[in-house]
Design a protein around this ligand. Sequence first.
Ligand SMILES: Cc1cc2nc3c(=O)[nH]c(=O)nc-3n(C[C@H](O)[C@H](O)[C@H](O)COP(=O)(O)OP(=O)(O)OC[C@H]3O[C@@H](n4cnc5c(N)ncnc54)[C@H](O)[C@@H]3O)c2cc1C
Ligand SMILES: NC(=O)c1ccc[n+]([C@@H]2O[C@H](COP(=O)([O-])OP(=O)(O)OC[C@H]3O[C@@H](n4cnc5c(N)ncnc54)[C@H](OP(=O)(O)O)[C@@H]3O)[C@@H](O)[C@H]2O)c1
Length: 444
Amino acid sequence: MADTKYMVAVVGAGPAGLYAARKLAEGRARVVLFNRDIKPGGLAEYGIYWDKFKMKQGLRNQFRQILANPLIDYYGNVTVCCGGNIVLEDLLESGFQAVLVTTGAQGTKWLRMPGETLPGVYHAKNIVFHYNLLPPFSEKKYLLGKRVAVVGAGNVMMDIAHYLIRDCKVDEVIAVVRRGPAEVKFTRKEMESVASNLDLAELDAEFSRIASIMHAAGQNPVAAKAAFTDVLPKALASISQTRFRFEFLATPVRIMGDWMSGVTGLKVEENILAAVDGNVKARGTGNTRHIESDTVIFAIGDTVDRDFCVPIYNDAYMTVKEPHFPVDNLSYEAFNPDSNQPIERVFLAGWARQASTGLVGYARRDGENAAEAMLAFLQSQSPMRDLDNVVEKFEQRLEETHQRLVEKSHLEKLEKVEKAEAQKRGVEEFKFPTNDEMFTVMGY
Ligand SMILES: Cc1cc2nc3c(=O)[nH]c(=O)nc-3n(C[C@H](O)[C@H](O)[C@H](O)COP(=O)(O)OP(=O)(O)OC[C@H]3O[C@@H](n4cnc5c(N)ncnc54)[C@H](O)[C@@H]3O)c2cc1C
Ligand SMILES: NC(=O)c1ccc[n+]([C@@H]2O[C@H](COP(=O)([O-])OP(=O)(O)OC[C@H]3O[C@@H](n4cnc5c(N)ncnc54)[C@H](OP(=O)(O)O)[C@@H]3O)[C@@H](O)[C@H]2O)c1
């Protein structure tokens, strides 16, 4: 390690953290990665749809190469947060010159509406973690009924619809969308997986119902509808009887039901469309209607974890407005609004900096940008001398927490066993669904 000059910690080994670690190591920094999950990859491992094997394998290969760098240490099964194994201050006080926070948007966005805590109401993240086998979500039972309302119109809504239609084969999936068909955010590619289950008669009826509102907003319902139906020739063949339909211009205001019988429906306020500062916004009319459903899943984006003890604004941690080390005109430096001061030596990237925004490529670029900002900061500091001593002392500190630490050698063992298990079973991939099983094969 003679060639290294700096010592930094990266909290979170999703795409943002991993690509940042690579860039930091290229800049002659020794990097210690801390990750809550045993495995690296974040949502690339536990968010991307379970059957996108090729994409996931490609990303895993890249992550494996990054972790093979001797300048990068990995400690999985370590949660850095208030009340966690390690708090942010521990890192700052024990010799790391700077800390990059790339913990993603792993908190839940609550809308605080009546009925939100009833059984049968879920947040997409938990379902996604369940089908991607992230412990402990992998082991939880989710009471998915027959008529499922999914709130939101992004790609996560589409992934959930995909799961409900092709894996669970429920009777009906209703996408509840607060704006109109011209404002949906999902991509055609994701629509292709479920388009053959679209109830086309219902789609026609829904477009007729909202046509006058779209016209009033200067929109063309025929063109907007084509964006849905143009996908049909490329749609995957249906493998279930599920009816898939949309309810546009509907903002949930109450989840109906009770604790004994669960969810019975969703009360929504009807909206019109209004142009505000060049954007199309939903504006409530005060009229409400009832959508029958026995399950409600919110796919409305997530927020960062409140337990990290870094202030939050707009669902993400805050950055300083006038950064010392901007990259692409963006700020990666953490800010504390209570003291109105930067949080010295703490940087942010990926979904921790901007919650639920963009694909893996975005997280990668953001991580790399943050690394560039950190390297510029580090160059303004004196190089560290006793790097090994810092790592050693910190390893001791980690051992004191009595946590089962997952290092690179453990990950290699786990991968080998999971690969062999997949071959034995003749499946594309195999994952142990519990931490205990993973620890056993890792030799704990
Ligand atoms: C359902 C879903 C499907 C998606 N599908 C695609 C797709 O098909 N293609 C695509 O390109 N993009 C997809 N994305 C987007 C992509 O996953 C994200 O852009 C990307 O993963 C964000 O990276 P990140 O590193 O910022 O955060 P994350 O991927 O969330 O990584 C955060 C990491 O931090 C760790 N962590 C969290 N809290 C702590 C803590 N307190 N201490 C230590 N570690 C912590 C977590 O364990 C995790 O490893 C999808 C996203 C979702 C939600
Ligand atoms: N296959 C893929 O490539 C894939 C899969 C999953 C996720 N992703 C990516 O991951 C990112 C996050 O996806 P996402 O679907 O979570 O977010 P998203 O694309 O921002 O969509 C969120 C949806 O929720 C709605 N919404 C937000 N707050 C709401 C509220 N309070 N009440 C009602 N509706 C509300 C939004 O409506 P408004 O538009 O009106 O705000 C929007 O339709 C995106 O960049 C996405 O592309 C990609």
